[in-house]
Design a protein. Structure first.
Length: 142
């Protein structure tokens, strides 16, 4: 969730910087374009509020779906990162060549280790990690 908020904040800042360099300014509470005209000058066209509400609802639903997918991907990545960190910090298996993939709490371990004890330890580290539902073992002993 923090990653998504940071992304939105960065995008807002970048848009503000781009508007500044394109010549847009705020004067007396109004946005003034590069040619000095106020952005709200002139007659506004008629707006079909029903159609605007429907479009807004459709956009809101799309954004909610995208945010849910982003949160889901971040959860998978965080779980993968936790397991990789555990493996890297464990003295018995830190030299092992292990790949970790996570989808919906199902962790797939692939790679090679030198001993059966290392293989068992890698699987144990993954199973002990909070959020892991199942561990798929594809680790080979050399």
């Amino acid at each position: 969730m923090r990653g998504l908020l940071r992304l939105i904040l960065v995008l807002v800042i970048l848009v503000g910087i781009a508007a500044f360099f394109l010549g847009y300014r705020i004067r007396d509470g109004r946005v003034v374009g590069p040619n000095g005209t106020v952005a709200t000058a002139g007659q506004l066209p008629e707006v079909d509020t029903t159609r605007a509400r429907e479009a807004g609802a459709a956009i809101g639903e799309t954004v909610a779906t995208g945010a849910s997918a982003a949160q889901h991907a971040l959860g998978n990545a965080a779980l993968t990162g936790k397991i990789k960190t555990k493996i890297a910090l464990d003295d018995t298996v830190k030299q092992a060549s292990i790949n970790v993939d996570t989808v919906d709490g199902v962790v797939t371990l692939t790679g090679t280790v030198q001993t059966e004890a290392q293989r068992t330890r890698v699987i144990q580290l993954a199973r002990e990690t909070a959020g892991v539902k199942t561990v798929v073992d594809r680790v080979a002993v050399r």
